[in-house]
Design a protein around this ligand. Sequence first.
Ligand SMILES: CC(C)(COP(=O)(O)OP(=O)(O)OC[C@H]1O[C@@H](n2cnc3c(N)ncnc32)[C@H](O)[C@@H]1OP(=O)(O)O)[C@@H](O)C(=O)NCCC(=O)NCCS
Length: 179
Amino acid sequence: MFVLGERVRLRAMEPADAEALWRWNHDPEVMRWMDAGYAQTLARVRTWLEGRERNAYGDVLFGVDAPAEPAAGWRLIGLVRLSGAEPETGCAELDVYLGEKDFWGKGFGTDAVRTVCRYAFEAMRLHKVTLTVVTENAAALQVYRRVGFVEEGRLREVFRREGRWLDKYTMGLLEGELK
Ligand SMILES: CC(C)(COP(=O)(O)OP(=O)(O)OC[C@H]1O[C@@H](n2cnc3c(N)ncnc32)[C@H](O)[C@@H]1OP(=O)(O)O)[C@@H](O)C(=O)NCCC(=O)NCCS
């Protein structure tokens, strides 16, 4: 099953996606505003994708495909994930990252976020999607605000980068607010 946006399509991730994921995780520009965690081998990333439980309500991971140039099928450019969804709360948390930098600034991030949020509200019947974002991550903020997320709080000094402690916003998007 594909979830189609205007420009991207979302799909389940495959073990064959491991190389791309590993490469993105080692790109300082891609990881600039992300929690990198501990270093992982390519084999470990592949094992993780192979052994992952199937997508289900509480953890939905999609690869983001964009049209490859020139008009030659699709290319994996990133991922989006909805985690922690519960029918009791109607909420889930969103993560997004596009690792193929050649595709930045062309609207794919906006379409991916919009598409996964539409999926959250329409297919999963969620009421709210939340996320956290480093306050200096201007591109991500632009995307989130554009699709309707609003700042709901500020977490002080929870992210360390280049010797500085930075804040994060908590943001939320309610069913019906998606633009
Ligand atoms: C954040 C991210 C998803 C955005 O994806 P994208 O495809 O570049 O997004 P879009 O092209 O739809 O929109 C990006 C917007 O930010 C703007 N932007 C980019 N860099 C910017 C900067 N340094 N300052 C201000 N605005 C910036 C772009 O101009 C664009 O706005 P516009 O369409 O009004 O011109 C992508 O860059 C990414 O995955 N980055 C690495 C991981 C990450 O930071 N994830 C988010 C963690 S919360």
